[in-house]
Design a protein around this ligand. Structure first.
Ligand SMILES: CC(C)(COP(=O)(O)OP(=O)(O)OC[C@H]1O[C@@H](n2cnc3c(N)ncnc32)[C@H](O)[C@@H]1OP(=O)(O)O)[C@@H](O)C(=O)NCCC(=O)NCCS
Length: 169
């Protein structure tokens, strides 16, 4: 499957908002059913230099672009945490399993390793999100611990793993 990765832009907001509401994505991220398009637009327009946000794009025959994935890396603002960042990622349900998630993650890790020279990249993932956990492990992340009842999902409290990747310096 052909896709390309580029930095996010304001015009991506509608597609991103749809992704965040989509079954197959929604249950594994911290969205809420009432989330409005305006929230996504505001979030994109307020992105600062600490956040490096990318989208995966496919282009149809007429040349119009569609966002089928998104991933971002946010460097922590506290001076003593500046060697660390957090990561978030999602891929459109119908396009999962085509290497888009891996490419988005590799894009973030290239920035982390080679352009920011970060030491620690971390994330949280629901303990039953096996697909994501497998992807993270393949890219060098280890499970550091379990946050019990860390989030609400469809009427239940669910545990999260904290995972991190330490770059050997
Ligand atoms: C997790 C997610 C980002 C992976 O993206 P993707 O585009 O489907 O992943 P890829 O096709 O690049 O696959 C990457 C790896 O994931 C694993 N994977 C993919 N599909 C899998 C499946 N059905 N079962 C188990 N592992 C699977 C494989 O280890 C694969 O490794 P490979 O690159 O050596 O083949 C995507 O499934 C997703 O957006 N899920 C919903 C939202 C979400 O969970 N976000 C993360 C919250 S922490």
């Amino acid at each position: 499957m052909e896709f390309r990765i580029r930095p996010v832009c304001l015009g991506d907001a509608k597609d991103i908002n749809e992704l965040r509401h989509m079954p197959g994505v929604f249950e594994n991220i911290l969205g809420i059913p009432s989330e409005r398009l305006k929230k996504t637009e505001d979030w994109i327009s307020k992105l600062d230099n600490y956040t490096h946000e990318f989208v995966a794009i496919i282009t149809d025959e007429s040349g119009s672009e569609r966002v089928v994935g998104m991933a971002g890396l946010t460097v922590f603002g506290n001076s003593r945490l500046r060697h660390s960042a957090g990561i978030g990622i999602m891929v459109h349900r119908e396009y999962q399993g085509n290497g888009i998630g891996r490419k988005l993650m590799e894009t973030l890790l290239d920035i982390a390793d080679n352009w920011l020279m970060l030491v620690r990249v971390e994330l949280s993932v629901f303990v039953d999100n096996l697909k994501a956990i497998e992807l993270y492990k393949k890219l060098g992340f280890d499970i550091e611990g379990t946050k019990r009842k860390a989030a609400i999902r469809n009427g239940e409290y669910i545990d999260e793993y904290v995972m991190a990747r330490i770059r050997n310096t």
